[in-house]
Design a protein around this ligand. Structure first.
Ligand code: ATP
Ligand code: MG
Length: 412
């Protein structure tokens, strides 16, 4: 009997793996060009690392288990908390700010669907130790650059949870967090019901709904000033710097983010063509260090949903840098010799080892995504020539065997 993979997991075959690695390489390179360095944390952690801030409710969404000594552990659902735990435990003397990036798998017990898996990958960064708007700016510029470079078409929306939290002060922190979660889920009816349930005054209720709807250019800040008495200069400075460096964004004061640890600026990127799972990146500024026993350390980070990016971007969709050497019956040794000549020149070459017809060899070459087919036919062999077919453009040329290498172009 066959054994299936666990629900919500995937296998990755070579073609997809090569694409994923290429996208990963691009992301790493950009993060490194900003001075970020890779870190790695364990795949599982003490459950408490994730429940301390978010509460027991989050257990429902995690892979939680006991080890043989009865310790409560969880597969990591994200990496910000683990990285901050590591920071508190290991990095107390390193010069600030710290710039870390990670690329790792995460596990969430979610209902699987397109773009939503139980094991998925995140590429993320944490910029630790600055409370300036410049830190938020750098992180947003980096997220924007990565998504652009890998060819994702997306919109960037920036908000500030401090504004809503300030407005919600009268209801207390716990209720405020619940309200933020309902806003994050865009559950307007649920929000309405909850506000009624906890008997929020009409005036505050109206203000909450007005603030959530504020979306657009910097003029929304003026509108927000009418609703909340808050210092907006941080958001103003950030907006103005981002405009100066040509980052395209929309302000959206309705962004709440699902996780409780955000304190100030938050942002999300939405890609075209992903339906409900359109959020490809989420981030913002937060404070977790003090919760894990370290000094208060303002930080900013983001996590890109790597799998969703792979689904929408075109990186690596080109042909493989492979030549299929295909030949008429009786010319096998010729094909082997040509293939070996190609390999000596550093080119990956595959030959037919199934004794198939020329036609079948050609369709195999297309199926494996080869960029070129070098065809060995009797007439050409007689003249010392080979035929080269570009499988991308379908153009075919006959050239002297000695000129073959000059016509094969890769890496474009
Ligand atoms: P969503 O609202 O789509 O569930 P989220 O708010 O839970 O996203 P984050 O916790 O901010 O997401 O994680 C960062 C990114 O990781 C998301 O923007 C998304 O692209 C990706 N992501 C989150 N959950 C999954 C999942 N189950 N499968 C694949 N990618 C995911
Ligand atoms: Mg989620």
């Amino acid at each position: 009997m066959k054994i299936e993979r666990p629900r919500g997991t995937r296998d990755f075959l070579p073609e997809e793996m090569e694409r994923r690695r290429e996208i990963e390489r691009k992301m790493r390179k950009i993060a490194e060009s900003f001075g970020y360095r890779e870190v790695m944390t364990p795949t599982f952690e003490h459950l408490e690392l994730f429940t301390r801030k978010s509460g027991e409710g989050i257990v429902e969404e995690m892979y939680v288990f006991k080890d043989k000594s009865g310790r409560d552990l969880a597969l990591r659902p994200e990496l910000t908390a683990p990285v901050m735990r590591m920071f508190v435990n290991e990095c107390s003397v390193m010069p600030r700010p710290l710039r870390f990036y990670y690329f790792a798998n995460c596990f969430r017990y979610e209902r699987p669907q397109k773009g939503r898996y139980r094991e998925f990958w995140q590429f993320g960064v944490e910029l630790i130790g600055s409370k300036s708007y410049l830190a938020d700016a750098e992180v947003i510029i980096l997220a924007d650059k990565i998504l652009k470079e890998v060819g994702v078409k997306f919109s960037l929306e920036i908000g500030h949870v401090g504004i809503m939290r300030h407005l919600l002060k009268p209801v207390g922190e716990e209720r405020a967090s619940k309200i933020m979660r309902l806003i994050d889920k865009e559950d307007r009816e649920g929000l309405e019901r909850y506000l009624e349930e906890i008997r929020v005054e009409d005036d505050l209720r109206d203000k909450i709904f007005s603030l959530v709807e504020l979306k657009g250019d910097e003029s929304v800040i003026d509108e927000a000033k009418e609703i909340v008495d808050y210092d907006f200069s941080y958001l103003e400075k950030l907006s103005s710097l981002l405009r100066d460096v040509d980052v395209d964004f929309t302000l959206n004061l309705g962004i709440a983010r699902g996780l409780d640890y955000y304190t100030g600026v938050v942002f999300e990127c939405y890609a075209e063509g992903l339906g409900a799972q359109k959020q490809v990146c989420g981030g913002g500024s937060y404070e977790l260090s003090s919760l894990f026993g370290g000094p208060v350390t303002p930080s900013t980070g983001f996590a890109i949903g790597f799998d969703r990016v792979c689904e929408v971007c075109r990186v690596g969709e080109k042909k493989r840098d492979v030549v299929a050497v295909i030949s008429f019956k009786g010319l096998e040794s010729h094909a082997f010799r040509i293939a070996s000549k190609l390999r000596d020149a550093g080119i990956t070459a595959v030959v037919d080892v199934m004794e198939r017809s020329l036609k079948k060899q050609m369709s195999f070459a297309n199926e494996i995504g080869a960029k070129y087919a070098v065809i060995i036919a009797p007439e050409e062999v007689k003249e010392g020539n080979v035929a080269i077919k570009n499988l991308e453009t379908q153009e075919q040329v006959v050239v002297a065997e000695g000129d073959m290498l000059k016509l094969l172009k890769f890496g474009e």
